[in-house]
Ligand binder design. Structure first.
Ligand code: NAI
Length: 244
């Protein structure tokens, strides 16, 4: 027996990075897992896969319905799909601001709305948001991204209050800088990738990037029966960035 035996889980953005590591770990710990992604081809075998753009109402409605049907219910929702943006509040056109909020905030809202009826029917229901340490720590050149993750964090707390009476727990994980394909792309685009990587490591007091598995373990804990008394909270997995 493992701690997630018999549970079903849906992980958005589960075809890459943190979402993929989380989907794999939840499955290893006994859950039946479906991955929802823009391009689900990278999802681990043999997990269920559904294709959707979390920024699109119809796409989310049909993909979540399909996932719930194939899973036969839902106990755990991991809202992980997200995109980044850099710059100050003056950077980017408002269309870019709308796009990032559409994916990071409204994408979370869409998937959650579609999943709540099934979660209400579960006796072990929980939602885990993958936020970011930028929701609690001010980092330069991340105004839009920080605003989107701050909104997701506040949403998680509000939802924890709204749904506690229904037995649905809602929590947030705040990763620091994690070694994922996303950060790989960021380094590829940097003028001096080595210097950029050194700076990213140095701003985390542990002196290294966080691993995808370390974030996945935090998500799995919050989704597990061991966290049955944990709701409305935020767990930083950030190498000490915010706390030290
Ligand atoms: P990633 O880019 O490796 O993976 C993101 C996945 O989300 C991809 O499979 C992508 O196809 C999917 N996705 C993106 N937009 C989507 C959409 N509109 N609809 C459906 N799927 C979509 O990224 P990574 O690094 O694994 O990030 C995952 C989450 O963790 C994001 O929410 C990100 O903001 C958060 N995060 C990442 C950190 C990092 O250092 N990598 C730090 C803090 C938070």
């Amino acid at each position: 027996m493992t701690d997630l035996d018999g549970l079903t889980a849906l992980v958005t953005g589960g075809a890459s990075g943190i979402g993929r590591a989380t989907a794999l770990l939840l499955a290893e710990r006994g859950a039946t897992v479906a991955v929802l992604d823009l391009d689900p081809s990278g999802a681990p075998d043999p997990l269920l896969r559904v294709r959707a753009d979390v920024a699109d109402d119809a796409s989310v409605a049909s993909a979540v319905a399909e996932a719930l049907d194939r899973l036969g219910g839902l106990d755990v929702l991991v809202n992980n799909a997200g995109i980044g943006a850099s710059g100050t509040v003056e950077a980017g056109g408002l269309d870019e601001w709308r796009r990032v909020l559409e994916v990071n905030l409204l994408g979370t809202v869409r998937v959650t709305r579609a999943a709540l009826p099934a979660l209400r029917a579960s006796s072990a229901a929980s939602i885990v948001m993958v936020g970011s340490i930028v929701a609690t720590a001010g980092l330069p050149e991340r105004a839009l991204y920080s605003a989107s993750k701050g909104a997701v964090t506040a949403l998680a707390r509000a939802m924890a209050a709204d749904h506690v009476g229904e037995g649905i727990r809602v929590n947030c994980v705040h990763p620091g800088t994690v070694d994922t394909p996303w950060i790989g792309r960021l380094l590829d685009a940097a003028t001096d990738p080595d210097a950029t990587l050194t700076a990213l490591r140095a701003r985390q007091p542990l002196g290294r990037l966080v691993s995808m598995d370390e974030v996945a373990h935090a998500v799995a804990y919050l989704a597990s029966p061991a966290a049955a008394s944990v709701t409305g909270t935020e767990l930083a997995v950030d190498g000490g960035m915010a706390g030290l």
